[in-house]
Write a protein that binds this ligand. Structure first.
Ligand SMILES: Nc1nc2c(ncn2[C@@H]2O[C@H](COP(=O)(O)OP(=O)(O)OP(=O)(O)O)[C@@H](O)[C@H]2O)c(=O)[nH]1
Ligand SMILES: [Mg+2]
Length: 340
């Protein structure tokens, strides 16, 4: 049997760890194991020849963005809400996440929720550090393009950032919220051919997310590529709404600081989405620009709060059955428990 050279990976039991649970046919470690088995060298391998496992790799407390396997740890402890960030390359997805974290770090809150921790603080810091003021620079820097080749998942699972939140209405329960930070190219491939190999990551996001934010780049919608940009957003909207069900969908207009001379393009996209009639739909306008911080920054927090509220409402909680006040029955037997 061909297994894997990596001690933490057991493809025969839980799928390929490198591919986020896939069959591992393309995994470099598995191929290596196969070659070793063929040449009969595998059994002779000494400890120094086995590829070393980087310290802390594949455990959830490294602080790096999570992978599919880590998600299982979270689902074992609580209700997990995965929010899929969908949009073309350069649309502003990673910057949105960086801004969200920078606002939380500054003490601002997601309305109705309290920050209760994160397994991926260094991951958040890594992207937010770009937006953080540095003495040597006065201009805003942005997080780098999310590359399709980086990460340990070979492009099948996005980097996932985690927040633990407590709802002010239900402080006893911790809500684990995951945000996918995937490269825009995945979604472009998904539009072109939804079942292609290169769209596997986008399909993963669609399948695992319980709520979505679709990113529309206002800057691109005013430039020379505006026609193509509008087409892409509409096609992404079609893919998302195809089997959306009751999952909430927020449209995020990014780069709100950039003047848009083609308001018709924006209206057109908005109408297209409303025509598809998602059950829960709202629009938000965001920008990192400090000049419009009062207007644009709160919408980052509001968009997340709206997704969480809508998701929790959709899950529903059974209302307690009212006890009639005039009853002859034993009060002990009438005790009701609301199971959440
Ligand atoms: N003017 C302005 N530009 C922005 C803003 N947010 C992002 N940008 C620009 O858009 C670029 C892309 O932003 P990202 O957040 O990396 O976009 P992304 O969707 O994560 O892109 P991929 O990782 O390639 O999928 C940044 O490098 C900035 O140049 C904004 O609020 N205002
Ligand atoms: Mg990105």
């Amino acid at each position: 049997m061909i297994t894997c050279t990596q001690t933490y990976c057991h493809p025969e039991e839980s799928g390929c760890a490198e591919e986020g649970g896939g069959d591992g046919t393309k995994c470099k470690f598995r191929k290596k194991a196969a070659n070793q088995a063929e040449s009969g060298k595998a059994a002779a391998l000494g400890p120094s020849e086995v590829t070393e496992l980087p310290a802390g790799f594949r455990v959830s407390w490294t602080g790096s963005p999570l992978g599919a396997q880590d998600m299982r740890l979270l689902t074992a402890r609580s209700r997990v809400l995965c929010i899929g960030l969908v949009g073309a390359a350069n649309a502003g997805k990673t910057t949105f996440l960086a801004l969200l974290y920078a606002l939380l770090r500054q003490g601002q809150g997601i309305p109705g929720y309290r920050f209760a921790g994160s397994y991926t603080l260094p991951g958040w810091e890594a992207i937010a550090s770009y937006l953080t003021f540095k003495e040597s620079r006065t201009d805003i820097q942005f997080p780098p393009h999310t590359s399709r080749s980086t990460g340990r998942d070979e492009g099948r699972v996005p980097g996932i950032l985690h927040l633990a939140l407590r709802s002010e209405d239900e402080p006893a329960a911790v809500l684990d919220v995951l945000f996918t930070d995937a490269p825009g190219e995945w979604f472009t491939d998904w539009i072109i051919k939804h079942d292609s190999d290169t769209a596997a990551g986008a399909r993963w996001v669609y399948q695992h997310s319980r709520a979505f934010l679709l990113f529309a780049d206002r800057e691109r919608l005013t430039g020379t590529q505006r026609g193509q940009a509008r087409g892409e957003i509409k096609e992404l909207a079609d893919r998302l709404t195809h089997r959306l069900g009751s999952r909430p969908l927020g449209l995020v207009w990014t780069k709100a600081d950039v003047p848009n001379e083609r308001p018709q393009f924006l209206t057109d996209i908005s109408q297209h989405l409303q025509h598809a009639a998602p059950r829960h739909y709202r629009e938000f306008e965001v920008s990192v620009e400090l000049s419009g911080a009062d207007r644009w920054h709160p919408q980052v927090l509001d968009s997340v709060a709206w997704l969480l509220d809508t998701h929790c409402r959709e899950l529903g909680t059974t209302p307690p059955v009212p006890v009639p006040s005039t009853t002859e029955q034993d009060l002990f037997l009438l005790r009701r428990q609301v199971i959440r």
